[in-house]
Design a binder for this molecule. Structure first.
Ligand code: ADP
Ligand code: MG
Length: 386
């Protein structure tokens, strides 16, 4: 689960990490007042959306007057933000953060994630923080220093001091930054984060260290024990089809292609997408109905896929283990009745009760249904169909 910068800032502040004063507004008329309330000579107007790259997109703007604040807020609320991390349609801005501007001498990067290869959390730090961090990571990975830590023991003070020194900090700034690293690593563990990032962490000309942007993602599977975090969920930032799928316990992720995929099991979903691409097609989604799918769940899955106007054909790829092929066949027929198939639906079923399933489909005699003999045949058929 993602949260907004203003929510992540509040969590950082709670953890004792220094964050400049800020205010959140949800309409352009509130901008001038918020600017005055901040009482700073200059402020920064920042769109609150669950996508990064705001600075480069023009959605982080320094302003020197209440009037200027209002102008930028008006523009940001009116025009969806298009950045490297959004689609071409962009994302609508519903909230804006106004923060006191900070004089910046240097920008650092701090981030905690799980290192999957090492199966342990890792804190990363760089002296080249700021809006170019992706390029730094790609071109000069050596500029990103790392320290791995045990999830129960946490980041150790000596590790934090070494990391602060490794990014060129010394004396008071090294001490302050090491302290921020320890707090960030603790926050990551305590709140079940999958990402806790401060970019940039800035040093001011007078030597202060401040977090001026924050990004935190949380492990969905841990939300049951993080009630305060779960409350930060912002439905309006989610893809409506993905939300609908979640309500029915389906894992659905919208993609850019035109072949809808209905699959059981994440591994099978991945290989289905691979084989579609191998045959020159592009998946429109990743939809995993799970192992213990019910007929209702599968019908809902079809409805979600068919509601996507981009979908020009569907590939149903089911391996019946715990899930039964006849349940899926039944769901297919119900979906055909309830929504109607307007595009070809290629069906590859294998496993538990597949004979019953094939018989059901055959008897139904639906012209859009195309049975496939195996995975390769299915991929060829669906790619030909689009
Ligand atoms: P994003 O990461 O989405 O581009 P940031 O909040 O990191 O957004 O802002 C981008 C850049 O804008 C920062 O790297 C920094 O240079 C500048 N900036 C952001 N907030 C402030 C602030 N409070 N004072 C001064 N400069 C800021
Ligand atoms: Mg940033």
């Amino acid at each position: 689960m993602k949260v907004h910068e203003y929510q992540a800032r509040a969590l950082l502040a709670e953890a004792g990490i220094p964050v400049p004063a800020s205010r959140v507004i949800d309409a352009p008329e509130q901008a001038a007042k918020a600017f005055r309330q901040l009482g700073a000579e200059t402020a920064v107007v920042k769109a609150q959306v669950h996508a990064g790259g705001r600075g480069k997109a023009g959605y982080v703007k320094l302003v020197a007057s209440a009037n200027e604040a209002k102008q930028h807020a008006t523009r940001m609320f009116a025009q969806p933000m298009v950045s490297a991390q959004t689609g071409p349609a962009g994302v609508k801005v519903r909230k804006i953060l106004m923060a006191a501007a900070v004089d910046i001498a240097k920008e650092y990067y701090l981030g905690v994630v799980v290192d999957r290869a090492r199966r342990t959390p890792v804190i990363m730090a760089s002296s080249q923080g700021g809006v170019e961090i992706e390029e730094v990571a790609a071109r000069n990975p050596g500029a990103i220093k790392k320290a791995w830590f045990h999830p129960h023991l946490g980041l150790q003070p000596f590790q934090a001091r070494a990391l602060a020194a490794a990014i060129g900090l010394y004396r008071l700034q090294a001490k302050t930054t090491a302290d921020i690293m320890l707090k960030l690593a603790r926050l990551f563990i305590e709140k079940d984060c999958s990402l806790a990032e401060i970019n940039p962490l800035v040093q001011t000309p007078t030597g202060e260290i401040l977090a001026i942007d924050a990004k935190m993602n949380f492990d969905d599977n841990a939300l049951f024990r993080q009630a305060d975090i779960a409350e930060l969920f912002d439905e309006s930032e989610e893809n409506p089809a993905e939300l609908r799928a979640k309500e029915h316990n389906l894992s659905y992720i919208a993609l850019d292609g035109n072949i809808g995929c209905l699959v059981n099991g994440a591994g099978l979903a991945m290989s289905t997408m691979d084989i579609i691409k191998l045959h020159g097609g592009e998946p429109a989604n990743f939809l995993d109905v799970g192992g213990s799918v019910t007929c209702e769940g599968a019908v809902e899955a079809f409805k979600i896929i068919l509601a996507d106007a981009k979908v020009k054909a569907v590939l149903v790829n089911i391996f019946g283990g715990i899930a039964r092929c006849d349940v899926i066949a039944d769901a297919l027929l119900r979906a055909a009745q309830e929504v109607g198939f307007t595009v070809p639906v290629v069906v590859r079923l294998e496993g538990t009760r597949v004979d019953v399933a094939r018989q059901l489909l055959k008897e139904a005699n639906i012209p859009q249904l195309q049975p496939a003999t195996d995975l390769t045949d299915a991929a060829r058929q669906v790619c030909a169909a689009v």
